[in-house]
Design a protein around this ligand. Sequence first.
Ligand SMILES: [Fe+2]
Ligand SMILES: [Fe+2]
Length: 445
Amino acid sequence: MDKQNILIIDDDNKSIHLVTSALNISNLYNIHFAINAKNGIEQLELREHSLIILDVNSPQLDANETVKIIKNSSLQNQIPIIFLSEISPAKPFRKEEFLRKVKRNIKLYLSRKKQIEIDDTKILLEQYKIATDAGSLVSKTDARGIITYVNDRFCEVSKYSREELIGNPHNITRSPDVSKDTFKDLWETILAKETWKGTIKNRAKDGSPYYVESTVMPILNANDEIVTYISIRTDITSREITLREGILSSQKEILNTLGELGEWRSKETGEHVTRVSLFSEMLAKAYDCSEEEIQLIKMASPMHDIGKVIIPDNILLKPGKLTKEESLVMQNHTLYGWEIFNKSKNALLQAAALIAHQHHERWDGTGYPRGIGGEDIHVFGRITAVADVFDALTQERAYKKAWSLEKTLDFMKDESGKAFDPKIIDLLLENIDEIIEIKTLHTKE
Ligand SMILES: [Fe+2]
Ligand SMILES: [Fe+2]
């Protein structure tokens, strides 16, 4: 225990000497002196004292007035006061008894002070809890990752009830879109008894996504063992969705523009890539692709001919029929397109690479560049092939008139199982009204 400060207010040297020598024996105290109330207050303001000893017999000191002044000075009104009464042969100074009294009073003061601190901390913690509960999703899991506590906000955002969450593993709210590496990093960090911070996409009970900024802390016991994990998260769904939508729409615009560039060099119209994109989206929906796949093919299919930017003009723009060699050069646009994007790890550019590579492959395995067939051709390649050819045939080009819808559909049916996946041709025919509507909406007169 630190040495405690004691203030002696006395103007009688004889009493001071007795008291001081008694206190000094124990070597537990720092002793300070004051000769009157004013001087006493000054001392009390200088440092914290655990006890005041006041000589009630001091001729110059009005004890009652002094006590009143000290008690009224709000900062020190908790300090115990020992009154030193008259010392005479009839009433000698009993050192042992005095020291016991000093000890008891200081102990009382310290325990009262401790209690006040505990109460203050409790009030503060309660306020923290209220503030945290109002804004954050709080949960606790045991060392195995089983949920042991969730607050109301967690239930509200995740749309699960408390009963559905408690007792279940925390991955109940995990989104399949979050990479395994993220969770590996999280576990490695908290198992190393450190705090993990990061943004995570979660999945609510109804399947909708929500984004949280997470802080996960391990709580250790006295033996330095992890007993529980506490997670505090801020819901940032609206901010994150706005941000992601912004990025997505600019990515979409860039890819469309790049796609148009490829088509523009071969004198196609920009509307062709838009229509291929929308047909592909519609066919992917009809094919029961996942929402993510539908978005990927919609955004990546405009890039199918991007490799044409590398084909020389004398071949790309040749009005007549291409020679065998020229045809082979032309076919390379599939490889160039693939090479442009395939090094990227971005899912969208990976899809663009795949579509550029595979959109001239045929279901019967006689297409190019690799001659793969059937379902070895990715569904993105198979769908884009149908969308691209359908649009090219029904559109007028410099060197040919537009085919009628009937003639085009006859051709597509005829090529079902040859050039095209029969299932996708069936879907095209089943949804032909919608296809025509897209075509009309996205074709200038
Ligand atoms: Fe092509
Ligand atoms: Fe095309």
